[in-house]
Design a binder for this molecule. Structure first.
Ligand code: FES
Length: 461
């Protein structure tokens, strides 16, 4: 039996078709790198437009960020409208709202049109706080939402200091949805390849040549639909923070059918799933299935969606701040429209150059904290005696080594330098993984890559 690392409830409960590994050179119009919700929903939108499209997924489709999400389909993204209004403008906040609302409608339309059985369920979405300072912010959020025409209820949670809620938001099974879209794409001639890792994108005069496994794909347009673009162009590794959350699902007495999110510093979130509950930062379920979720957050708070450079048809889409259900569909619509040379009224909002300097100034210390950890602090590991099934970076004969002691007491030695940008990884006892603090690459206890942006395993010693 193959034991899957970090397998989520969604992965355990959806039937997936197998897609082949790329096994020859190819030529097409559009290459989509990444088979998550952005990539697959873009492929779905493109399937009838006459372009030859290839999707290249490093592992299995939906196996990364999309397969580990809490899967709330909502435009209620914690306090986003308050922040956008404060650091940008009311106009920007409203545009962000409208783009996400339209994306939610797109998801519903696709589910209805294709009759996708993905446990889609409309529910109430709640934000709440126990802190005085956040009451003011939540009240601002309410006012902004009401000015956009949304009906907002107040004080819907008994014990909270303040709470607001909105009806007609939704939840679903993200992988039942994603797998259904992928099989519709395949039926209509889109080629999807799994276990096909893109190693490099060569920018030629008129086209792109993409190295994938040991083959090449030639195309005129390329879309990076990964949690974090692995290309260095655009210096995104200096504009994005990696975010990790510990999620669990289990059966629970609590029969609340609403989705709940506490906006206080430590994120606490819940949503129903069938007879059970999926939760972050809570401990109400019995015999939980646990996993961790990764996402990226841009310093400017608005995701980067659009062309990497004005001259070329090379697109990026990432930085969803854990709100990837609606934002993946915002992204796929913007890129779809651009590829087909259609107007899109939200394109300018998500473009690459757009930023608020005061916001970046506020976010920068958080970003620098992670970088400092990986580049400086982790160079000086405390001495540690390892127990079985534990790891640590150690100084051995003057050299830094990542050591994992397995369940039988055998030590495995690896280089602690993350192949992405040479930050020093650290052992995470909760997940038994090596995590890179700089941009979130994750490796299993033996150094095998689980999540990028790194493209390689840790080197053995
Ligand atoms: Fe970037 Fe490790 S240095 S993920």
């Amino acid at each position: 039996m193959v034991i899957k690392v970090n397998e989520s409830y969604w992965q355990k409960t959806a039937q997936k078709q197998v897609y082949p590994k790329i096994n020859q050179n190819k030529k097409c119009d559009v290459v989509i790198i990444g088979g998550g919700l952005t990539g697959i929903s873009l492929a779905y939108r493109l399937k009838d437009c006459g372009l030859k499209v290839i999707v290249l997924e490093e592992k299995e489709i939906g196996s990364q960020t999309s397969g580990h999400t809490t899967a709330k389909i909502t435009f209620l993204h914690d306090l986003i409208y308050t922040y956008l209004n404060e650091y940008y403008s009311y106009h920007i906040a409203k545009k962000f709202f409208l783009s996400n609302k339209e994306a939610m409608n797109d998801i519903e339309t696709i589910i209805e049109k294709e009759k996708i059985a993905c446990d889609y369920y409309k529910n109430e979405n709640v934000l709440y706080t126990f802190k005085k300072e956040n009451v003011i912010k939540l009240k601002q959020e309410k006012e902004l939402l009401e000015s956009f025409g949304v009906k907002v209820k107040e004080n819907v949670i008994k014990n909270a200091l303040y709470s607001i809620s909105i009806d007609n938001q939704a939840i679903f099974h993200p992988l039942k949805y994603l797998y259904a879209l992928a099989s519709l794409c395949r039926k209509d001639g889109i080629e999807i390849y799994e276990n096909s890792q893109v190693k490099k994108v060569h920018r030629m005069k008129e086209e792109f040549l993409i190295d994938v496994n040991s083959y090449q794909v030639q195309c005129s347009d390329v879309v990076h639909a990964t949690r974090y673009p692995f290309v260095y162009k655009g210096l995104y590794f200096m504009k994005v923070m990696a975010k990790r959350e510990y999620v669990q699902y289990g059966i629970c007495e609590n029969q609340d059918r609403r989705s709940l999110l506490c906006v206080d510093k430590k994120s606490i979130s819940q949503r129903p799933v069938g007879n059970g509950l999926l939760e972050i930062g809570k401990n109400e379920v019995k015999n939980p299935i646990r996993w961790f979720a990764m996402d990226s957050e841009t310093l400017r708070l608005i995701p980067y969606i659009g062309k990497l450079s004005k001259k070329r048809n090379e697109y990026i889409a990432f930085g969803y701040r854990k709100w990837g259900m609606s934002l993946s569909h915002v992204a796929s619509k913007i890129i779809y429209d651009d590829l087909l040379e259609k107007e899109n009224k939200y394109k300018a909002l998500y473009e690459n150059h757009y930023c608020s300097l005061s916001l970046i100034k506020k976010q920068l210390p958080l970003f620098m904290k992670d970088i400092k950890k990986g580049m400086i602090d982790n160079h000086f590991p405390p001495s540690k005696k390892l127990k079985n099934n534990e790891g640590a970076v150690m100084k051995i004969d003057g050299e830094l080594i990542a050591v994992y002691k397995d369940n039988h007491g055998k030590c495995h030695y690896m280089s602690p330098y993350c192949p992405h940008f040479k930050c020093i990884v650290q052992f995470n006892n909760k997940t038994k993984t090596w995590d890179c603090p700089c941009h979130g690459s994750t490796y299993d206890a033996y150094g095998k890559l689980i999540n990028g942006p790194s493209l390689k395993n840790l080197n053995n010693k």
